[in-house]
Design a protein. Structure first.
Length: 275
């Protein structure tokens, strides 16, 4: 698998340097450009971390991801993607046992928080647009400098450290929604007992069976009235107008309506009360 030729590490550091220079100028006219460079720095940071897991990324869909979706995928792949890790090595004295020799540090993987990534990325984007004339708060008219300077400070330890790494076994299975191969880190399955196809979004329940794992779709299937087989569609795609084929016979289907039901809240409360 081969991806683009960009160098996210170099671009991250370049954007961080540019944002620092723009903020040091103390020129309010430069703040919008500083926000743009900080956003570029944040995007490059996400891409740098994601490259560590290139072997488990779905080649057909990864090219369409934006930074928030990319980091959500990273969290799905690696349950500890938000934890900073120190990597160290030591000579192995006996196979399968922890070495008693001194460990030598080879690098520290500084990892950003997912919620902070999404919130900051969107907040930076809001400073790239014209001011909304119908705003009911004066907050939109306040200088973005304090926020931009804080973002710069938050990014500094991440931008100045280009070390990323991971060590884990990979489990593979075929997605019942899109038939693509899904690759999941073993420790992610052991920690969460679920997996997700990063191509179509179908989620799975993972159960340990003997020396392996079995994966069962969390979504209810659509039954084909032609061949009688089941087709799974991720709930995020189920909406009026969505088209999908039967995975067995190829017959085309389209979702034509959405049924909503409602009930008085007090009725639900009464039904919930013990008899």
């Amino acid at each position: 698998m081969r991806y683009g030729y960009g160098n996210p590490t170099a671009e991250m550091q370049e954007a961080f340097t540019a944002a620092t220079r723009l903020l040091n100028e103390q020129d309010d006219a430069s703040l919008r450009y500083a926000a743009l460079e900080l956003r570029r720095c944040l995007e490059a940071l996400v891409y740098e971390k994601l490259k560590t897991y290139r072997d488990v990324l779905p080649e057909g869909s990864v090219s369409r991801w934006q930074p928030p979706q990319a980091f959500e995928a990273l969290i799905e792949i690696e349950p500890e993607a938000q934890e900073t890790y120190t990597f160290a090595v030591a000579p192995e004295t006996e196979p399968g046992k922890l070495s008693g020799a001194p460990f030598q540090q080879i690098g520290v993987d500084e990892r950003p928080n997912a919620k902070w990534i999404k919130k900051t990325w969107h907040s930076l984007g809001s400073h790239l647009h014209a001011e909304w004339p119908f705003a009911t708060s004066k907050k939109a008219q306040e200088s973005p400098r304090p926020f931009l300077e804080k973002t710069l400070a938050d990014l500094e330890p991440l931008a100045n450290n280009s070390f990323s790494g991971t060590m884990n076994n990979v489990v593979e299975f075929s997605c019942q929604g899109c038939e693509e191969r899904v690759k999941v880190l073993l420790k992610a399955i052991e920690a969460k007992h679920h997996a997700a196809c990063l191509t179509c979004g179908l989620r799975y329940r993972a159960e340990k069976v003997d020396d392996g794992w079995m994966f069962y779709p969390d979504e209810p299937p659509f039954n084909c009235d032609s061949c009688g087989n089941k087709t799974y569609v991720a709930s995020g795609r189920v909406k009026v107008g969505y088209e999908f084929p039967c995975r067995s016979c190829g017959r085309k289907f389209v979702i034509v309506r959405s049924d909503w039901r409602y009930a008085p809240l007090e009725k639900l409360d009464q039904e919930a009360e013990p008899k």
